[in-house]
Design a protein around this ligand. Structure first.
Ligand SMILES: O=C1C[C@@](O)(C(=O)O)C[C@@H](O)[C@@H]1O
Length: 250
């Protein structure tokens, strides 16, 4: 039996893939406006991509922005993500600040998940996972390649490493150049889901070519859709994404 993850009434790893919509505001007032918009959308989870936030270096400002977001999105599961530039994010911060930022946020009790990149020092990934678990927060252990799609064996191996490290949700997003690359991501998803995963996983083939992976499922528990501004190439508008998922899973 695979584990499922249930947060604020949403179960990951069961039934139709759930929809997450990122927030990419640069200022607190933009984030509040974005949160108000997200509240009106048919989504299951929200991801705050804090690497887009201008004041990400200032922990007090990050916490204040989070409190504002939470005052609008009171009962929606929230993922807190700092995406590094080497994995497609907006900003670079020091390793120490990355750890400090996540630890501070974990202590607020206002996020349900944090996203930790697999390609950090293994000890740092483990520290953050343990710290998150001691605050009842789940960890998505992620990896992104905006340039290419690694061979399927490599995709499976990264997802397995994320699981072996103790991540609650192994995740990978890769860029296809060919149809074969899209098939490799879907095949890897299926292999991971059928053979190795004992918990929910998330997989994405990015760009327009990979868009099919955002509705295919194949074992992926969560798909990312766009509100006004997306956070990655190939994201489908959230209302269309919901219709497509409903159509494919009725
Ligand atoms: O990792 C992911 C997936 C993503 O890159 C996508 O392709 O939809 C979007 C990011 O915001 C998120 O953190």
């Amino acid at each position: 039996m695979k584990k499922t993850i249930k947060v604020k009434g949403i179960t990951l790893g069961e039934g139709t893939p759930k929809i997450c919509v990122p927030m990419v505001g640069r200022t607190t007032s933009q984030l509040i406006e974005e949160a108000r918009l997200h509240k009106t959308l048919d989504l299951d989870l929200v991801e705050w991509r804090v690497d887009h936030f201008e004041q990400v270096d200032d922990l007090m400002q990050v916490k204040e922005a989070l409190a504002n977001i939470r005052s609008v999105l009171t009962d929606i599961p929230l993922i807190f993500t700092f995406r590094s530039t080497k994995e497609g994010g907006e900003k670079e911060i020091s390793n120490d600040h990355y750890i400090e930022l996540n630890k501070e946020i974990l202590q607020t009790g206002q996020v349900d998940f944090i996203d930790v990149e697999l390609f950090n020092e293994e000890k740092d990934v483990k520290t953050l996972i343990n710290f998150a678990h001691s605050h009842d927060v789940f960890v998505i252990v992620s990896n992104h390649d905006f340039e290419k799609t690694p061979p399927k064996e490599e995709i499976v191996s990264r997802l397995r490493s994320a699981q072996d490290l103790g991540g609650d949700i192994p995740k990978i997003a890769v860029m296809p150049k060919t149809n074969e690359d899209v098939l490799a991501l879907l095949d890897a998803t299926n292999i991971m889901y059928e053979k190795y995963a004992d918990r929910p996983i998330i997989t994405i083939s990015m760009g327009q070519k990979g868009a099919i992976s955002r509705v295919a499922g194949f074992g992926s528990a969560l798909t990312f859709g766009a509100a006004k501004v997306g956070s990655a190439p190939g994201q489908i508008a959230v209302n269309e994404l919901r219709s497509m998922l409903n159509l494919l899973n009725q």
